[in-house]
Design a protein around this ligand. Structure first.
Ligand SMILES: [Ca+2]
Length: 418
C-alpha cells in the first residue's frame, strides 16, 4: 500500500474479534465483513489499546497508549490536545470527515476532522464520572445498570440502531455528494454505535439465532468462573456477581449475534453505495471495533478486562494495493493505525510524530518498538500486563503513577497532566 487512495474507515463498538464469519465463527452472519476480508487482508492478532470506549478511541486517534496521553477513562475522553491521524490528513489539505460515534469530549473541541456529522460524544463533556470514584474501603461503588442493560437482550430495538441507520444514511449521502467530486483522496470515518448493548434486535435478526442453539460461553457458572480478585472486582463493580442462568445467557448471546448482523448490514449498505458510485477501484476500506465483549465468558459481560474477549478486535483492510485474501499473524494494535492512515491518504508525518512506536521517525533516531499492544482499565486499579504490575488508583494522579512505572514509552505528551 503505497499510493494514496480514498479510505472508508468503518468503526463499530463492542465487536469482539472471533464473532465474525471471516475469523472462523461457526454461524454468525457477517457477509459484508467476510467479503471485505476476502478482498483484502485479515489481521488475526489485532488488539485495541484499552478495553474501554473513550480510552480505546483516543489511542486509536492519537497512535498513543492511554498512559502516554492521560485519556484512560470514560470520563477522560479525547479533547483535541494531542495530534491525531485526522490532524495530519486535514493538514495535508485532504478532506477527512467523521460520521457517527466519536466518544470524545465535545464537538466544541477541535477534534481535527474537516467535519463531524451527527457526532456522539460523552454526556455533557463529563462522561462516566462514577468510574473515577474510589472512596470506599470496598473500592468503586457498584453500578446497577449493566446487568439490567444486558437483561434486555431479545426481540426489540434500541436507540443505537436508529442512530446506526442515520449514520448509514448520512454516509451514503456524503459519498453521493463528495465521493467522486473531491479532487484528492479523502478519508471518511463511519462509526457505528452497535453492537454495543442492549442486545435487543428486530425479530427477523433474532430469529437467525435461536437461543436454544447458542453455544454456552466458557466458565460462566458460579462454580467454574475464574475466582481471581481482579476479575471478582470487575464482576462486583458491574453488578454481575449473581450467577446467570442458562436461558439468560443464551438469550444474550443470540441478541449479540443479531446485533452484529445488523452492524454488518449497515456497512453493507454503505459498501453497496460505494460500489454503485464506482468508488471501490479508488477506495480502501478498513473495519475495526473499539474493544470486544465478554458475552458471558468467564462469568463476565461487557469489557474492561484483559481477557481476549475484551481486548481482541477484528481488523480488516481491502482496496488498492492491499493483497487479496491474505492474513497477517503478527500482533498489531490500534496504535499502529496512525501512520497507516496518514500514509494511505498521501499525507505526511511530522517531527512531532517521531515518538510513535514502531515508526522510524523523520530524523535519524532508531525506531522505537512497541512492547505491548495494550495496557489499562478503569475502576479501582489499572490492570496492566504483568511486567507493568498493578497501580493503586488511590494515588492522586494515576496516569502519572503509571508513567513512572513504564519508563521510556511514558514520555511527556501534551495532555498528560489531566
Ligand atoms: Ca465502546
Amino acid at each position: 500500500m503505497t499510493d494514496a487512495a480514498n479510505m472508508i474507515f468503518f468503526m463499530s463498538d463492542n465487536h469482539t474479534r472471533n464473532v465474525v464469519g471471516a475469523y472462523g465463527h461457526p454461524f454468525v452472519q457477517t457477509p459484508t465483513l467476510d467479503r471485505i476480508a476476502a478482498r483484502g487482508v485479515r489481521f488475526d492478532n489485532a488488539y485495541c489499546a484499552s478495553p474501554l470506549c473513550c480510552a480505546s478511541r483516543a489511542a486509536l486517534a492519537t497512535g498513543r497508549y492511554p498512559h502516554q496521553t492521560g485519556f484512560w477513562d470514560n470520563a477522560l475522553a479525547y479533547d483535541g490536545s494531542v495530534p491525531t491521524w485526522h490532524n495530519r490528513i486535514r493538514d495535508s489539505g485532504a478532506n477527512v470527515t467523521s460520521i457517527g460515534k466519536l466518544h470524545y469530549r465535545s464537538t466544541d473541541d477541535d477534534n481535527s476532522f474537516s467535519e463531524e456529522i451527527i457526532p456522539m460524544h460523552i454526556v455533557e463533556g463529563k462522561g462516566a464520572l462514577i468510574g473515577l470514584l474510589r472512596a470506599t474501603e470496598e473500592g468503586v461503588p457498584p453500578r446497577t445498570g449493566p446487568r439490567e442493560m444486558y437483561g434486555r437482550s431479545g426481540i426489540g430495538e434500541a436507540d443505537y440502531q436508529r442512530y446506526d441507520r442515520d449514520i448509514t444514511k448520512q454516509a451514503i449521502e456524503w459519498l453521493n455528494r463528495e465521493g467522486n467530486r473531491i479532487d484528492r483522496p479523502w478519508a471518511l470515518y463511519v462509526s457505528y454505535a452497535s453492537p454495543h448493548p442492549p442486545f435487543a434486535v428486530p425479530k427477523r435478526l433474532y430469529d437467525l439465532y435461536p437461543p436454544e442453539d447458542m453455544p454456552l460461553p466458557v466458565q460462566f457458572t458460579a462454580d467454574t468462573r475464574p475466582d481471581h480478585p481482579a476479575i471478582n472486582h470487575v464482576r462486583w463493580v458491574d453488578n454481575f456477581e449473581e450467577p446467570f442462568d442458562e436461558e439468560w445467557v443464551r438469550r444474550t448471546v443470540a441478541g449479540y449475534c443479531g446485533l452484529i448482523t445488523h452492524t454488518d448490514e449497515q456497512i453493507g449498505e454503505v459498501m453497496a453505495a460505494a460500489e454503485e458510485l464506482g468508488l471501490l477501484k479508488t477506495t480502501r476500506v478498513l473495519y475495526t471495533s473499539d474493544h470486544g465483549e465478554a458475552a458471558g465468558n468467564h462469568g463476565l459481560f461487557a469489557k474492561s478486562v484483559l481477557y481476549d474477549h475484551a481486548m481482541t478486535v477484528p481488523l480488516l483492510m481491502a482496496g488498492p494495493g492491499i493483497p487479496e485474501g491474505s492474513s497477517v499473524q503478527q500482533i498489531v494494535s490500534h496504535v499502529d493505525l496512525f501512520p497507516t492512515m496518514v500514509e494511505a491518504a498521501g499525507a505526511s508525518l511530522t517531527e512531532a510524530d517521531d515518538d510513535l512506536l514502531g515508526h522510524k521517525g523523520t530524523g535519524n533516531q532508531p525506531p522505537r518498538f512497541r512492547r505491548i499492544p495494550f495496557a489499562i482499565r478503569q475502576g479501582g486499579q489499572l490492570h496492566a500486563p504483568r511486567r507493568y504490575g498493578q497501580i493503586d488508583l488511590s494515588r492522586r494522579n494515576a496516569a502519572a503513577a503509571l508513567r513512572s512505572r513504564v519508563g521510556p514509552t511514558g514520555n511527556s505528551r501534551p495532555g498528560n497532566n489531566r
